[in-house]
Design a protein. Sequence first.
Length: 369
Amino acid sequence: MKPFVTIRLFTFAVWCLYASSATAQSDSIPKEFFGLHIHRADQGTAWPSVPFGSWRLWDAYVTWADIEPTRGTWNFSRLDRDVALAEQHKVEILLPLANTPTWASARPNEASSYKPGNASEPANMDDWRRYVRTVGERYKGRIRHYEIWNEPNLKSHYSGTISKVVDLACEAYKILKSIDPQNQVVSPAASTGATDHVEYLDRFLASGGKNCVDIVAHHFYVTRYDPEALVPIIRDVRKVMNKNGVSEKPLWNTETGWRFGNDDGSPDHQMVHKYKKISADDTSFMFKAFALSKAEGVDRFYWYSWDNPYGLGLIDAKSGKPKRVVRQWHDAVDRLLGASQVHCSQNRHNWSCTFVRKNGTRDEVSWSE
């Protein structure tokens, strides 16, 4: 059943809490909270028409396997263009360091989500060190956020052990900090695409990973459900962070998206047929995703993606025109950018989020599942 949503804006002095509530967040929401994935920004995709402040370069063809296809042969042309675009539009880059080239792979013939050997750890740690240092020195002062690998709990993305990925993170941490102490290392983000995602994070942190990251990341995919399903997963992750003594570190959702139908009538790719198809008529869907995440302590939310052609994109795959749902992004950012004291609560099937907008007025959004 499509949820009935009411949205009201008013100033009020007293707010009655529902039975179950999340912790209020008093810090204001910066532009960087609203993140995107753009796959082909330098090769045909027009710069997004939505306001956002951070850009995660995954599926943007700038992994290790892309920029060092053979040992010692570097191709930075695409990454250089992306960095220049980000600077032009005043957007921060998050660069995942991942995908071992076949020539450097410990298992070069092993299948992966990309090319053979990409999911394996490198056979020689010195190759990893050289890769990290080369990238870190080239983009010193221009890229400050580096994420170690992508979805390592999925074997098609990473087939090595947790101890190996901890080693990769710790080596990268030492190198990147030596290049620029202001560099920030983001933990490997486990995906909800496998049932062990919270356990994987727990094991990574407990195995020494907590000492080699500045930011904890997770991929909070709930593609078969509405945004309310994010809440218990975020809480489980925060419990693991608290258990491992890193509750003070920022928590980033570095990849999440939903299936929005194509406005041009073209069929979605079969890979997303199992996902719930979100109606553009649910006009507060994106607001709910952003607000619920912020209220639960998520500091960045990287939406996947702007130009994904398989059904998770925010533009039509054929025309490149923004889908109707993009209007929701504008509305959500208009409401939440600079907002503070974001607090969301639940009473059975009824939800409500309150917050103070940047102009000082208090806002409330309430809805029923």
